[in-house]
Design a protein around this ligand. Sequence first.
Ligand code: SF4
Length: 330
Amino acid sequence: MVRPFEYEWTDDIATALAEAGADASAAYLAGGTTQLDLMKDGVLRPSRLIDISRLPLHEIERRGENLFVGSLTTMEELAAHPVVAQHLPFVREALLRSASVQLRNMATIGGNLLQRTRCRYFRDDTVAQCNKRAPGTGCAAITGFHRTSAVLGTSENCIATHASDLAVALIAMDAVVHVSHVDGSRTIPLTRFYRTPSDTPHLENALRPGELITAVEVPLLPVGARSDYLKVRDRMSYEFALASAAVAVVLDGDVIHSARVALGGVATVPWRALEAEQVLTGATARTEVFQAAAQAALAGAEPRPLNGFKVPLAQRTLVRTLQTVTGVSS
Ligand code: SF4
């Protein structure tokens, strides 16, 4: 089916914000790796695309102990940056495990953070029941295929898994998102950026209509920190996570001085596992402690018949990642 839309581009941020602010049915277009697929499938139907790929939002700059990343930086550019390799190695791992090099050269950091769920019913507009795509219609996944669906942060209205690997590592680092609107700019901690579905699965984040992510600011790991991102999937070649864990620790001898833990592939949003961090902080690094942390991280899980395996899988993924970063063998 042909669905006409207007296309325009600008290299001026203020113009882009003004255009989007004046037209609620307009959408920004950057790398397009998700958006164009969804438009072809009829899931997204903007009347107007504002191409922002020429906006001056490509910089990567170290600012003190933070890394400032323009939202139009590609995934490959960020993965290849020496500061990321040296001070945020698990962010690099998350990027490299996300997609093929072809996609990484197109997809932007801002777009990655806004990527939509891979729930098959969301992406099939011939399926009537999808609260995320069509509010109030129901959820086909709850009674249908939900092997890859979330077990954390779900509601009776939506159990779709968040797909980003990058966001999992960034949320572990307390990254901050910079956003701009025609009315002004603000910052949002990534831990408060994403919304669990609750009664409004179609509202996925804190952005207002017309608001644009302009940058992400990421605190660097302290000297001596150890980190890793482990992603478990059905196949090794660029599949979405069944479970993943982003972990960064600072050790004082064999005692865990501080820990950052986040999970992917198992929740409706990139999942910061604060309960696991509490178990780990101040404890001696040993497998029994890691298992207790993994139990705490998944304590609130609500598995369904087809995705119950994700609970022990995520726990084992977290334990393995903790073993890797601490050097404690099983
Ligand atoms: Fe739609 Fe969410 Fe249900 Fe999938 S899980 S069908 S995205 S409402």
